[in-house]
Write a protein that binds this ligand. Structure first.
Ligand code: GDP
Ligand code: MN
Length: 348
């Protein structure tokens, strides 16, 4: 009886959560890719890189979503090189079609005008369904329901450096909800009314705005105007429960009702970014500075990667972080982070 007191505690189960006690060292997390069958070539090299740089040590699952059935070739080729379980799902029709209140003629006129104005994807109908899906629905897909954290991967992107830790675990342990690598300006022509619609939403639901938010990242004049800064959502490592929560659900429904995904060309990047910057604690937003990432035409390259021992391929592009079209300076300032010392020297 006395002996028990003398024995050092082997572990204190009170401080361990179920995740840590389970025999699976992995987090409750998955990769997720939205793709067409024609994206097969572009996704194969990307997957190979993610596996070699990271996932061969962790074996996370990979969910593929498509508005059509995936071809046998797509399934065979991709599942063969993924070390975790690969899952393939078709998107339910109601998540990739027009809500009945949308005026399709008005939408078609909007596309025509944007096409004539030379706006990228301005005339594309499928691109609008894609942006709406990535904004409001991918995390609701039955295949995604089991997972809390996700890492979004697009075809034709590259990881530039080995990743020697688990970013999902980093998010959970540090109570982060949204991770990004690149921040930049949006084309105003694609979101002319997004900010005013967002302000309208906030006036009805002021309680959703977090007292310690990152709104400074979005506006230079106290919220009157949107400065167009957003996180580039083709890379995201994030907590899907944030999108599933009340604040974002109500926000998305409000946006969807306004029709801007179809009448304009609202992207999932500004939509996710406005929500993250307004509804999250700014300490829950994380810049994955140590993850080198390339989505043409921009790359994020970790500062001084050589000195830090990060194993990066020699980047064909220098880091985009401090270029004129990047919003990283706004991000550092909004987070009260000091700019790296070499920034002034090199870029101004
Ligand atoms: P960009 O990065 O904005 O130039 O757009 P992308 O062409 O890379 O598309 C964004 C993501 O959506 C990628 O993962 C594409 O594979 C996917 N995607 C785009 N359009 C479609 C589509 O019509 N169907 C499906 N299933 N995926 C699409
Ligand atoms: Mn892309």
């Amino acid at each position: 009886c006395f002996l028990l007191f003398l024995l050092p505690p082997m572990y204190d189960s009170g401080t361990l959560n179920p995740q840590q006690l389970s025999s699976d060292p992995r987090e409750n997390a998955t990769f997720v890719t939205l793709a067409r069958n024609s994206d097969l070539d572009g996704i194969m090299g990307t997957i190979r890189g993610v596996e070699d740089r990271f996932n061969h040590r962790y074996n996370y699952d990979w969910v593929f979503l498509n508005n059509e059935e995936f071809s046998d070739e797509f399934i065979k080729m991709t599942s063969q090189i993924i070390s975790g379980e690969a899952k393939y799902g078709v998107i339910p029709k109601e998540h990739w079609s027009y809500p009945d209140y949308i005026d399709k003629e008005k939408a078609a006129e909007g596309r025509k005008k944007m096409e004539e104005d030379g706006i990228i994807y301005g005339g594309s109908e499928s691109y609008r369904h894609m942006c709406r899906y990535e904004s409001g629905f991918f995390f609701q897909h039955p295949l995604m329901q089991d997972y809390r954290y996700y890492w979004r991967v697009e075809p034709d992107t590259l990881l530039l450096c080995d990743i020697n830790y688990d970013p999902f675990k980093y998010l959970r342990v540090n109570n982060k909800a949204y991770g990004f690598t690149i921040a930049l300006y949006e084309y105003m022509a694609t979101i002319p009314t997004l900010w005013e619609v967002t302000l309208k939403f906030l006036s009805s639901f002021p309680e959703y705005v977090h007292p310690h938010n990152l709104a400074k990242f979005l506006s230079e004049d106290g919220g009157q105007n949107y400065n167009r800064c957003h996180f580039w959502s083709n890379f995201e490592i994030a907590d899907a429960d944030f999108w599933r929560g009340d604040a974002y659900q109500n926000y998305f429904k409000f946006l969807d009702r306004m029709g801007g995904f179809f009448y304009e060309r609202w992207g999932d990047a500004p939509v996710h970014s406005l929500a993250a910057a307004l509804f999250l604690d700014r300490d829950q937003i994380h810049f994955f500075e140590d993850i080198g990432y390339y989505h043409p035409p921009y790359a994020h390259v970790p500062e001084n990667f050589l000195e830090r021992g990060l194993k990066c391929t020699f980047p064909e592009k220098r880091t985009f972080d401090w270029e004129g079209y990047s919003c990283m300076r706004h991000y550092y300032s909004a987070q009260d982070m000091e700019l790296p010392p070499q920034v002034d020297r090199i870029y101004w």
